[in-house]
Design a protein around this ligand. Structure first.
Ligand SMILES: C[S@@+](CC[C@H](N)C(=O)[O-])C[C@H]1O[C@@H](n2cnc3c(N)ncnc32)[C@H](O)[C@@H]1O
Length: 215
């Protein structure tokens, strides 16, 4: 599909922490936020799909330096995500496997307890809304990987994203979760007049995130 957009690759400049419970490599996102000076913009950070909270904590550590909050949305119940990967594996079973018997919510609380700038929203992201005045500078979408959910999560963030702010979609162009790429291309088509730049950035396991900057 023609995107009418050049998706530029962000060169990887940093080494990822050896952190088995961070499945994204949040350092690359934080480095991007830093390089682009997004912290100078007015607003908070939002993450959809917090899982064990390792990334939430990394975002919160960064955000607190600039007096910002991190809104973290998750259902915190691995059994609820019945999305099937292309190879037929259920997302919830993958979450269970990496939890190795731990409770997701307990693991999340343990990761994030040092931070008082996290607003945890334990809810299906399809049921969440924000007041009109809420502003985000950066949003990261890594919740349910079905196309309709990814589109929902984008629409939850985009109206609240400030000019120059960035929204990221994890698992872009990743074979296992085609719904993310389908959603990304649909959203780019729908919002192309509001997007100034598109980047892809490589994180852990060579998985890409698509980063869209709002005009
Ligand atoms: C791939 S994991 C996120 C991994 C996390 N970003 C990390 O790297 O540590 C996806 C998460 O999305 C959550 N999730 C799935 N469907 C959801 C929904 N409809 N609303 C909110 N959270 C959801 C799951 O509970 C799971 O924790």
């Amino acid at each position: 599909m023609s995107l009418e957009f050049t998706v530029k690759r962000v060169p990887l400049k940093i080494t990822l922490e050896d952190d088995p419970d961070d499945f994204v490599g949040y350092e690359v996102l934080i480095d991007f936020i830093h390089q682009r000076a997004l912290y100078k913009l007015e607003g908070d950070i939002i993450e959809i799909g917090a899982y064990m909270g390792r990334g939430t904590a990394k975002l919160a550590r960064f955000a607190q330096t600039y007096g910002k909050k991190v809104y973290a949305i998750d259902v915190f119940d691995p059994s609820l995500d019945k999305t099937l990967s292309r190879s037929g594996i259920k997302a919830g079973d993958v979450y269970e496997a990496f939890l190795q018997g731990r409770s997701m919510l307990e693991a999340y609380r343990e990761s994030t307890r040092a931070f008082d700038n996290i607003v945890t929203i334990r809810e299906d992201s399809q049921k969440v809304s924000f007041p009109r005045e809420q502003r985000f500078i950066f949003g990261f979408i890594d919740g349910c990987h079905q196309q309709s959910h990814v589109e929902n999560d984008f629409h939850l963030i985009w109206p609240h994203l400030v000019s120059g702010g960035v929204v990221g979609l994890h698992d872009y162009e990743f074979d296992d979760w085609p719904g993310v790429t389908e959603a990304a291309h649909t959203l780019i088509g729908e919002h192309k007049r509001e997007i100034s730049e598109a980047y892809e950035i490589e994180g852990k396991y060579n998985i890409l995130s698509l980063l869209l900057t709002k005009k």
